[in-house]
Design a protein around this ligand. Structure first.
Ligand code: GYE
Length: 331
């Protein structure tokens, strides 16, 4: 029986737990084979609606959630929305129709979720948000959010850059997907971090949709327009920075020295680019959210209380440490 059906009957859950404890005691005394107990554990069915596969970060997150689900014996229904909110809404409706025990949602944009989240709530299916937040008038529409603090990431990037550039730079900003929480907040945090730095000017700011190819294309256009006036690039993710690095090289300038390049995520490609001297800094954003997401989903299904938000801590890495830590990076 799915745990959700047990929710209104707390004593039944306790009863199930006590059966489980008894079975474990029987295993310990050698009276029962472990495989029989595994069959007695309730298997959860969880729907996971993912944004897409626009970046190395997202691929790492998908992998973390899929592998953690498999480890826990969860039946995972995975849906890739190819970057479109309407596909995510369709996936959620289908999960609800299939009566999954819980939903994990990485929402592409912040707004427009209320109707479908209301449907999930009506069906008593808890929704765990991972990596990006939503804007809703009623916070009970989701169980919890597990994500980085994107404003803090933007601020850390600004502070690092102001120090590196000695308080004077002409910056090009490559934004993430329009309307996405990390794009909105990484911009906000970066601007706040530069507020007391009159010599640090953002001369252009455009979206590259968190994609490498778009980062390169936008950077090419900005180089055409602003040329060597550009002294720094701030990209909302590593993939766009790597695209921008190619565009800078093709224009005959040296990324990492003629132009300071910094970004967010801390994926392997960023560490390689730092070791090669082409990327100056990356602010980590941890995508390995599988364990936290399933802990939260299991708790929500069992009716346990959850904090509304869990913030995943992040650090800044630059060329001074890239070489020594690259081997220990997990994504
Ligand atoms: O930084 C970027 C991605 O939502 C935190 O989405 C995530 C962002 C990540 O595609 O690379």
């Amino acid at each position: 029986m799915p745990l959700s059906l047990l929710k209104p009957f707390a004593p039944s859950i306790r009863f199930t737990l006590s059966i489980r404890r008894t079975l474990h005691a029987l295993i310990a005394t050698g009276l029962l084979a472990p495989c029989l107990v595994r069959a007695a554990q309730p298997r959860l069915t969880i729907g996971f609606s993912q944004v897409g596969a626009e970046s190395a970060w997202r691929t790492a997150e998908t992998e973390s959630i899929k592998s953690e689900g498999a480890k826990r014996g969860v039946t995972l229904k995975f849906s890739d929305a190819q970057g479109r909110q309407e596909n995510q809404i369709k996936a959620l409706r289908s999960f609800i129709a299939q009566k999954v025990d819980a939903i994990i949602l990485a929402p592409v944009v912040e707004t427009g979720w209320e109707p479908v989240l209301r449907d999930a709530k009506r069906a008593k299916i808890p929704v765990v948000l991972v990596d990006r937040g939503v804007k809703v008038s009623d916070e009970s529409l989701f169980a919890t959010l597990i994500a980085s603090d994107f404003i803090a990431e933007g601020r850390m990037a600004a502070e690092w850059l102001a120090k590196k550039a000695g308080g004077k730079a002409r910056i090009v900003e490559l934004q993430g997907t329009p309307g996405a929480a990390p794009a909105i907040d990484r911009k906000k945090g970066f601007e706040a971090g530069l507020a007391s730095e009159p010599g640090m000017r953002i001369i252009a700011s455009q979206s590259g949709d968190f994609r490498r190819a778009n980062g390169k294309e936008v950077m090419e256009a900005l180089i055409k327009k602003h040329g060597s006036e550009i002294t720094a690039v701030y990209a909302h993710n590593d993939d766009m920075a790597i695209g921008a690095i190619q565009a800078i090289e093709e224009s005959g300038r040296k990324p990492g020295s003629d132009v300071i390049v910094l970004s967010i995520d801390g994926v392997r490609g960023a560490f390689e680019a730092m070791v090669a001297g082409k990327l100056n800094c990356t602010v980590e954003c941890n995508p390995l959210l599988g364990p936290l997401a399933f802990d939260a989903a299991e708790k929500a299904v069992s009716g346990a209380a959850l904090p509304k938000k869990t913030i995943v801590p992040d650090r800044v890495f630059d060329q001074s440490t890239a070489k020594s830590v690259i081997a220990s990076r997990q994504y």
